[in-house]
Design a protein around this ligand. Sequence first.
Ligand code: FE
Ligand code: FE
Length: 300
Amino acid sequence: MKNANSFAVQGGPLQSLEEWDDFVKARYPEGKTEFPASARNIDKKPEEFRNYTETTPPRVREFYRLNHTYQTRDFVLGKKNQFLAKNRATMGIWEAMEFLNTLVDDSDPDTELTQIEHLLQTSEAIRSDGRPDWFILTGLIHDLGKILCLWGEPQWAVVGDTFPVGCAWSTKIALHEYFALNPDSKIPQYQTRLGVHAEHCGLDRVDLSWGHDEYLFHIVKDHLPEEALYMIRYHSFYPAHQEGEYDYLMDDHDKEMFNWVREFNPYDLYSKAKERPDVRELQPYYQGLIAKYFPAQLNW
Ligand code: FE
Ligand code: FE
């Protein structure tokens, strides 16, 4: 049964936010994601990978059309102004997870995982590999920024592959052709390789398209190790961490830290198991982990 309000809540066109994740997963099949991408794709012609126009489902294509049309530099700076004041709510991490879980998709609730279940599957996969506890915690929280949807933000301003604004768009960004509709395409300064940036200025000085990654980074940045913060902030920056693009905006430290972003990516994409995690059983362990790193309340 579809929830009558879900379309309004999520701002379409996707039936669920996972439709975007599924599209990413189809682009980077498991076992073929070793960096660099140039080596990974060696036996395929570039056009086989880049021709998404025919192979992408219409809802996903429409999603990218909106994302690429409206994610201008001005839009991004405006959203940072609006959301980085962090004056919307005061919540603990687990409370934010439960809030995110109220996100109602059009997809079938009997077959699709809830948001909490996706978070727990990611963190449990990391935990079963014996990774450090901050890495496990990062898996648990990495998508909490999707609560932006619950504050009325449209899907194209919450999920999607991220990319720098204020400079030329990499041709390796999926559905690149839709950038022709973006008003920034008419601003010559933004259409050069560096745009408003200096060579190797470091990603902290670069504005990426707005979404759940950047938002959550600002919420948690005082509480987690730097490696974790890179994973959170750049996990949707596929043009860089999977395609090797925008090297010229990174400094040496970014390049080193991106090894962690790539470490994290398979847990996000491929940890969707058949069986659903038992939320109540896992909750005490995770509440202890949350309490080790975070105060009881955070500003959102
Ligand atoms: Fe995500
Ligand atoms: Fe995720």
